[in-house]
Design a protein around this ligand. Structure first.
Ligand SMILES: *Cc1c(COP(=O)(O)O)cnc(C)c1O
Length: 404
């Protein structure tokens, strides 16, 4: 039975919760930067599943590692050891220069795990009175969708009617080091922040911000927790976005591209004793650190390095950014980005970004709006110069389209 696009959409509307508003395309196949819909149309993927498919769709080496591991052993739970976990620890620690690793599944779970870790560290190492730990976060943050996390969001849609929420979070403006200085107290255990705010629309903080943040956190013995779930693993043209700032986080969160899009794999990485306070029974996950996840993540990290994807992200990101800046369209208010984490912000008068994404779809590009007026652009890190140029032509067409 061949279902039409209308059939797929109708069934989803009938049986699914309406918690997403996807572009009306039904995808059935992917390879590298390309995806195909059920009608055989080809698109260049400029979203990469919110940066999870950085290594390109169905990367053959990650696929092979996954299939091979799936034939041998998929899940043991952490009640037993498995032969993939230790090598995964070795490789991710060596890659990121971390001392301890806590494997989880989704990004939000990594964030929750980090919150638990820094609170526990605060009580047991820093000496914060029990129940008093404070964590500072930023306006317009995005750290996932669990209750703990949405409780400190500043986006009304994200929070509304999901409360009551957990206390213990202070919100300060992003990019404002003086606000951080003012917010830190003796009970502050951590500052949780994205190096570049992704979901907020690729918001890059002012130069020098993170140097100051690092100084303030060090001076007050506050753990700097960088959520690199989106910015990490080469997306911004460096392995970690913190490297652009010349700093090191105390706790780094990875997810998304850690599996190249094959499987949910996330990790909390720490440079110090934060992860050392856990004892058996205090935290866990049935699937966290499972052999299939570890095998997939190991292959995903390996190809990222071996195939020069991080350098390519820097090179093609610069080309893409320059090309976007060259597009003369009075719809464009600002173009910004670092590496292959890019955004085009439209003038409010240009109308919703959504219709430009639909125009892009008609031109063979899949991109997603964020908020009303921003189009984010995050193709797989394997994109070539020719493909960037191909995409730029289509962006120029879509962004100058007359909708009247
Ligand atoms: C996507 C994302 C998350 C949440 O990851 P999930 O796997 O969707 O739970 C957390 N933080 C940042 C910065 C993200 O971009």
């Amino acid at each position: 039975m061949n279902l039409s696009v209308t059939d797929f959409l109708a069934t989803e509307a009938r049986l699914g919760t309406y918690n997403y508003e996807p572009i009306g395309v039904v995808l059935s196949r992917g390879e590298g930067v390309w995806v195909w819909d059920t009608e055989g149309n080809r698109y260049l993927d400029c979203l990469s599943a919110y940066s999870a498919v950085s290594q390109g769709h169905c990367h053959p080496k990650i696929l092979a590692a996954m299939v091979e591991q799936a034939h041998r052993l998929t899940l043991t739970s952490r009640a037993f050891h498995n032969d993939q976990l230790a090598p995964f620890y070795e490789e991710i620690a060596a890659l990121t220069g971390s001392h301890k690793v806590l494997p989880m599944n989704s990004g939000a779970e990594a964030v929750e795990s980090a919150i638990k870790s820094v609170r526990k560290w605060g009580y047991e190492v820093k000496g914060v009175p029990d129940g008093q730990a404070e964590i500072i976060v930023c306006t317009d943050n995005f750290h996932g969708r669990t209750l703990g996390v949405v409780g400190f969001s500043t986006d009304i849609e994200t929070r509304k009617h999901f409360g009551p929420f957990a206390p213990g979070f202070k919100i300060i403006p992003f990019g404002d080091a003086a606000a951080l200085e003012a917010a830190i107290t003796q009970n502050t255990v951590a500052f949780l922040v994205e190096p570049i705010q992704g979901e907020a629309g690729v918001i890059i903080p002012p130069a020098g911000y993170f140097t100051k943040v690092r100084e303030l956190c060090t001076a007050s013995n506050v753990m700097l927790v960088l959520d690199e779930i989106q910015t990490g693993l080469g997306r911004t043209g460096k392995l970690l976005a913190e490297q652009h700032e010349g700093i090191e986080a105390d706790v780094t969160l990875l997810g998304k591209a850690l599996s190249g899009g094959f499987y949910p794999v996330s990790a909390v990485l720490s440079n110090n004793e934060v992860l050392g306070t856990f004892r058996p029974g205090q935290h866990g996950s049935t699937f966290g650190g499972n052999p299939l996840a570890c095998a997939v993540a190991r292959a995903a990290m390996r190809v990222l390095i071996e195939e020069g994807m991080i350098e390519n992200a820097a090179k093609q990101g610069a080309r893409f950014l320059e090309g976007l800046k060259d597009i003369r369209a009075n719809t464009i208010r600002e173009v910004r980005g670092r590496g292959l984490m890019l955004a085009v912000e439209l003038h409010p008068e240009a109308g919703r970004a959504r219709r430009y994404c639909e125009a892009l779809q008609a031109n063979g590009i899949l991109a997603k709006d964020t908020h009303e007026h921003t189009i984010r652009i995050a193709p797989p890190l394997v994109i070539t110069g020719d493909q960037v140029d191909w995409a730029l032509e289509r962006f120029a067409t879509a962004l100058t389209q007359d909708f009247s």
